[in-house]
Write a protein that binds this ligand. Structure first.
Ligand code: NAD
Ligand code: IPM
Ligand code: MN
Length: 344
């Protein structure tokens, strides 16, 4: 019986996770869940961000963690999100941030004349290093002479394992192309390492066409010709940015799902979107990203047939216009989830 830790989090997080859990219990009633009161409310109440014993339990007791979103205007430092979300990614060593970008209905694609076959790629975002590590500091803060340093960490081991994960996934899923993206023309130390490691790993996969694009060009190409891409592998920051472009291509941030995974060890699943303070509490957030995220989690738990059913049901809703407002529909968060469950 799989055991899932649930962190609804802030803003629309609890709203969309509530609906995603209804889908989960409908499809997989044997899965048990335990909710964790972590987020801005808890932090403002008692100062707790991420208790070490909870982190330990996430890594040892649960098959996966399901998270809504973290971020609240009342906590401008975002310290709780850093400790809970980035803390989980780093401390549980969830080195793969797996973010599929798949258009389920052409009408929601912002590009003209693109079909569903044109937007179907996945991004392997490095998730444990890069510029997210918080290495750096401020000197003479608040003065005219202030200096702020943010260091980017790239390790041979970290770069190699994410690149290898991308190739392995390509092979297992019948894909033929992997594109690595960096900015080695300007970032000559860390991204030179990416270049060299990519060539070495690519040589082990002669059946896969390995290519490289600088990230500025890739951002452009994703908009001009998304059909050219199957698997993209890149660093933490570039992966963050490229997957918001990918979210837009697949119909919007309300549809984008993700998994933070260390194969064989631990995993945390979450929609790509944030806590959306601008629409929180109104019952209008799109729950489909979280529902698709539950689908991804079910595949991780060894039940890919259930993810296929989730995708088909979501696609059916999109095709018949049973969607929330930001996609041009009229449904509330709850009604959008009801429509998915009715199809299931
Ligand atoms: P956001 O993704 O929360 O919102 C961006 C825009 O998309 C907003 O207009 C919002 O209304 C809309 N949107 C997002 N999700 C939606 C949904 N499910 N349905 C309909 N519309 C949706 O990004 P932001 O505004 O930059 O960030 C808000 C807060 O969330 C910040 O504190 C940020 O740090 C945090 N954040 C957290 C995560 C996470 O926990 N994984 C991810 C991204 C941002
Ligand atoms: C994401 C988010 C996070 C990130 C933020 C909230 C730190 O944007 O998961 O895409 O940058 O990784
Ligand atoms: Mn992001």
């Amino acid at each position: 019986m799989p055991k899932i830790a649930v962190v609804p989090g802030d803003g629309i997080g609890p709203e969309v996770i509530h609906e995603a859990l209804r889908v989960l219990s409908f499809l997989a009633p044997d899965v048990t869940t335990e909710a964790f009161d972590l987020g801005a409310d808890r932090y403002l109440r008692d100062g707790t961000t991420m208790p070490p014993e909870v982190m330990h339990r996430f890594g040892t007791e649960f098959d996966a963690v399901l998270l809504g979103a973290l971020g609240d205007p009342r906590v401008p430092s975002n310290v709780h999100a850093k400790d809970i979300l980035l803390g989980s990614r780093f401390q549980l060593d969830l080195y793969i941030n797996f973010r599929p970008c798949k258009l389920l209905d052409a009408r929601y694609c912002p590009l003209k004349d693109k079909t569903e076959a044109d937007v179907d790629f996945v991004v392997f975002r490095e998730n444990t290093e890069g510029i997210y590590m918080g290495v750096g500091g401020q000197f003479k803060r608040g003065t005219a002479d202030e200096i702020a340093v943010e260091e980017e960490i790239n390790t041979r081991k970290g770069v190699e394992r994410i690149i290898r994960a991308a190739f392995e996934w390509a092979v297992k899923n019948g894909k033929t192309k992997v594109c690595m993206s960096d900015k080695a023309n300007a970032m000559r130390h860390g991204h030179d390492l990416w270049q060299r490691v990519f060539k070495l790993v690519a040589a082990e996969y002669p059946g896969i066409k390995a290519s490289h694009l600088y990230v500025d060009v890739l951002a452009m190409r994703l908009v001009q010709a998304p059909q050219d891409f199957q698997v993209i592998v890149t660093n933490n920051l570039f992966g963050d940015i490229l997957t918001d472009i990918g979210a837009a291509l697949q119909g919007g941030i309300g549809l984008a799902s993700s998994g933070n995974i260390h194969p064989g060890k631990a995993a945390l699943f979450e929609p790509v979107h944030g806590s959306a303070p601008d629409i929180a509490g109104q019952g209008i957030a799109n729950p489909l990203a979280s529902i698709l995220t539950v689908g991804m989690m079910l595949t991780y738990l060894g039940r890919p047939e259930l993810e296929a059913r989730v995708q088909a049901a979501v696609q059916g809703c999109l095709k018949s216009g049973q969607v929330t407002r930001e996609l041009g529909g009229t449904l509330t968060t709850r009604e959008a989830a009801d429509a998915v469950i009715a199809r299931l």
